[in-house]
Ligand binder design. Sequence first.
Ligand code: COA
Ligand code: AMP
Length: 622
Amino acid sequence: MTYIEEYRASIDDPQGFWAAKAQELDWYKPASKVLTQDDQGIHHWFADAELNTCHLALDYHVDNGRADQLALIYDSPVTDQQQRFTYRELRDAVARCAGMLRNHGVMKGDRVVIYLPMIPEALISMLACARLGAIHSVVFGGFAPLELAVRLDDATPKVLLTASCGIEVKRVIEYKPIVDSAIELAQHKPDTCIVLQRPQAKAEMNSERDVDWAQAVSEAPAVDCVPVKGSDPLYILYTSGTTGKPKGVVRDNGGHAVAMKYSMSAIYDMQPGEVFWAASDVGWVVGHSYIVYAPLIHGCTTILYEGKPIMTPDAGAFWRVIAEHRVKALFTAPTAFRAIKKEDPDAALASQYDISCLQTIFAAGERLDPPTYEWLSDSFKVPVLDHWWQTETGWAIAANMHGLEPMPVKSGSSTVPVPGFDVQILDEAGQQIGGNEQGFIAIKLPLPPSCLTSIWGDSERFRINYLETYPGYLYTGDGGYFDDDGYLFIMGRVDDVINVAGHRLSTGEMEEIVGKHEMVAECAVIGRRDELKGQLPMGFIVLKNSTGANPEQVIEEVIAMVRQDIGAVAAFKEALVVQRLPKTRSGKILRKTLRAIVDGDDYVLPSTIEDPAALDEIGALL
Ligand code: COA
Ligand code: AMP
């Protein structure tokens, strides 16, 4: 089938299309109806089917000829360690981990928060939750106690899983004090906190809640998969919105499994048995989908890499992993490649390794900028494919469908909508707009399988944030356009979300934190362009005029506050004290204009501006 035939089939007859794709999976019981709507009008795929995602990812392969094939390779340059698991070994480890959770009261539908570094136990415990029908919520290790506390209160887990430390290049980051402080801050206290002791740091077990992982797992029985419904949640993954409260994206079991399986062949052109590497973190959606679930459901070998693109030990790290484990497809964020290119502009380190196995490079998380695209294609002579993603969808919305019909690449474009995604460009009033015209990107309902079915505990927020702006569509928060050939160009967020080194962050949340400083009258945080990380947050602060505050000191303090509340990953390191913020006459801060000035872009002075001198002041300070 050509791309266009496949795409048309998915839009003209979504139910028939996805029913056919679902046949690739080993359901306990197929759905009686492929697509249903609940009483709130929300669509669900395969709602009354019965399955278990861990069965699809592990047991099915053990029982069908892959028991001795490698399922997982853990490669950790930061600890100088590697570990390999066959499908049988991984299934056994997961079954015991599930037994450990069961011993601590975890049942189907219970939540488990996972705050772990990139070690096998992260993937094992996610799959163990899936095995029990429990709902995991993984929290990225770079988040501070308060962020973890907010997630504990929202997800109300029975058990929290953690380790004694993570390792950032050479820096050992103790996790247990972060976890203790998060539990202290949270209203909801998990019953049990299971701690994996790593040799690099010893966690203090200082409460009756704490349990030693190694001992608990050694006492645990192996447990079997628990059947769940297609519409039962598999996980909650928190992502930044425009306010301080992160949104718990809820992903179901049935639709997710179908989309994961389909994407591995249609987008990534992977065959079972081949090696796939998503160099991301299990704390992000890319890690959930393409380190853990999709490669395993498809019977591939996945790589869990505890290291960085550079410094562990050098900018040849990725090429070493590819050569050593015979990786066929690499998927990472453009920022990782920019970091490598900066250190090794001629890609000389790559020539030290035999990377002839590498057939494709996929990029997502932010736009693949043309210079990075060109550097990659020139250096590695393999297709370099950008694809557009969101935590909300769990897989690519637009891509070059490499396994279906590879298309010519247009630098700067994520190519075409993935089958199932009816992507449209709308104007402010919700009218479709023509080719080459930039607008708001929306996806016509019904969404394809795997997309969010709610915000955890807040279906109203789901409706307001995503479904109300344009009735009949999902509002994506991204802007962009189609060119005359139907190629989609993503031009960035149209809200207060920024993308820092492939990490999605909320400037609104940063503003809330900065605004809490006793000497700050008001503030604005924007994302300014950065050559390495894509964007970096930058603050503009107006001080209360009665205080006689020392501006340098306030800047230092607000930077520390953001790091303290969100975590190092926020990378908020730059702020300016100004006399006033540029605003419209109705009091709206002109963030877009502010961004243009900081980035040195052309801009038209908004006719609604209250005081143009505010812009002159900022221009002079930069
Ligand atoms: N645990 C604790 N701290 C973490 C962390 C984690 N898991 N991940 C990052 N941090 C810390 C870093 O140590 C750094 O702290 P610092 O300010 O004290 O130096 C801060 O958070 C910012 O980290 P990062 O954004 O990773 O920047 P960096 O300068 O350390 O590294 C890159 C730059 C480009 C090498 C790195 O960002 C990278 O590998 N990016 C790829 C991102 C990616 O894979 N995204 C997934 C989407 S597909
Ligand atoms: P996340 O939910 O963390 O995956 O971040 C999603 C956001 O990252 C999107 O809304 C986009 O703004 C941005 N993004 C992801 N992939 C791309 C891409 N290939 N091109 C442009 N922007 C992207």
